[in-house]
Design a protein around this ligand. Structure first.
Ligand code: PLP
Length: 363
């Protein structure tokens, strides 16, 4: 297989040094391994800008969706009601999870290229006092829109709701002050902006809330409370942990800190994204999300013309060393380009040259 760089929403391109951590097989019971887990948990609290008095972090096996499902299933009781704010596929996935688990759920949707309507949310909170939890996706990776987290957090606290944020594709790449925003549960995973490899996800949880959730989960494997209780003792995971992935993740965190932390990574991603939007715009390829709503993570582009053949385009680019992503919209033809991971301006410039070559070749 020919080597390429990933310009996708994750898993993404990681460093050689992160991958090298996986060349050694570790024992799950060993103290040094358990310390890796504890060290990761502590770093995650720092990245979230919270203290260990108020918050805890829990790692859980599986992809990001497993952790979202664990939060919904562990924290929402039979008499509770969840409000999901939706403008993309990942919010729809939360709604499907709620349905699957028999959780009372109401939804406020907006167009995929638009922010949720705060007045509508306020109206529903006024009207339906039985709502206890609110869930929203921060960066909707479906389109690349960055949803207004601060506004929602203020509203949620004003009404005393428990706030669940899917920050899967933004945590580590965009500064999020979890304490200031008073987020109760934030979910992300190993293979997004912290630049680890796939295999587990994690939750930053407000302890005073999580403590109320013992015995709520109807799933054993996805019981966030049990997972926390076991892991909090000494860093030993309940059930087999992805040892190689865990070791690589600590290395990825160290490299994030070496880069200058989340602020520095945010700057790099933003520069990548600005250059990408500008260059493709010059080639007549227009983004679907307007500039002020665009995240620095991934961009959805509309096909430049009716004859545009995505598979041909994809293969042309892949042969030249990059992999992009298909669109996820049903009503218009789009493709997506991620700019997170071990990706620099040089790579974006190179990609844009390849795309220019393709467009000019009249293909
Ligand atoms: C990646 C991602 C997820 C999780 O997807 P998995 O395929 O389960 O890892 C959830 N929400 C968002 C916004 C994501 O970008």
């Amino acid at each position: 297989m020919k080597n390429y760089k990933l310009l996708t929403p994750g898993p993404l391109t990681t460093t050689k040094t992160v991958k090298e951590e996986m060349l050694f097989d570790r024992c799950t019971w060993d103290d040094e391994y358990k310390n890796i887990t504890q060290s990761i948990r502590s770093h995650l609290l720092d990245i979230a800008q919270v203290s260990s008095e108020e918050y805890t972090s829990v790692l859980i096996q599986g992809s990001g969706s497993f952790a979202v499902e664990a939060v919904l299933g562990t924290t929402i009781k039979n008499k509770d009601k969840l409000l999901v704010i939706g403008n993309g596929a990942y919010a729809e996935r939360m709604i499907s999870m709620a349905k699957c688990m028999g959780i009372n759920c109401v939804v406020i949707r907006s167009e995929y290229n638009n922010y949720p309507n705060m007045n509508e949310i306020k109206g529903m909170l006024e009207e339906d006092k039985s709502i206890t939890h609110i869930a929203m996706v921060h960066c909707e990776t479906t389109t690349g829109i960055l949803n207004p987290l601060e506004e929602l957090a203020v509203l949620s606290k004003e009404y005393g709701k428990i706030l669940i944020i899917d920050a899967m594709s933004s945590f580590g790449g965009i500064p999020i002050n979890v304490k200031k925003l008073e987020i109760d549960y934030l979910v992300s995973s190993a293979n997004k902006c912290i630049q680890g490899v796939p295999g587990f996800a994690f939750i930053i949880a407000k302890k005073s809330e999580l403590l109320k959730c013992k015995g709520v989960s109807k799933s054993l494997s996805l019981d966030l409370y049990d997972q926390w209780e076991a892991m909090d003792k000494d860093g030993k995971w309940r059930y087999t942990s992805p040892t190689h992935v865990v070791a690589a993740f600590l290395k990825a965190i160290e490299e994030l800190l070496e880069e200058g932390g989340v602020e520095a990574r945010y700057k790099r991603y933003s520069e990548n994204n600005n250059l990408l939007r500008q260059k493709l715009g010059e080639l007549g390829i227009q983004p679907y999300i307007s500039k002020e709503k665009q995240s620095p993570i991934i961009t959805t582009f509309e096909f430049p013309n009716k004859e545009f053949d995505f598979i041909k385009f994809y293969n042309f680019i892949k042969e030249r060393g990059f992999v992009i992503y298909p669109g996820k919209l049903t009503n218009i033809d789009t493709f997506r380009v991620g700019n997170i991971g071990e990706i620099y301006l040089k790579d974006i410039n190179e990609l844009c040259k390849i795309i220019e070559e393709y467009i000019e070749g009249g293909k």
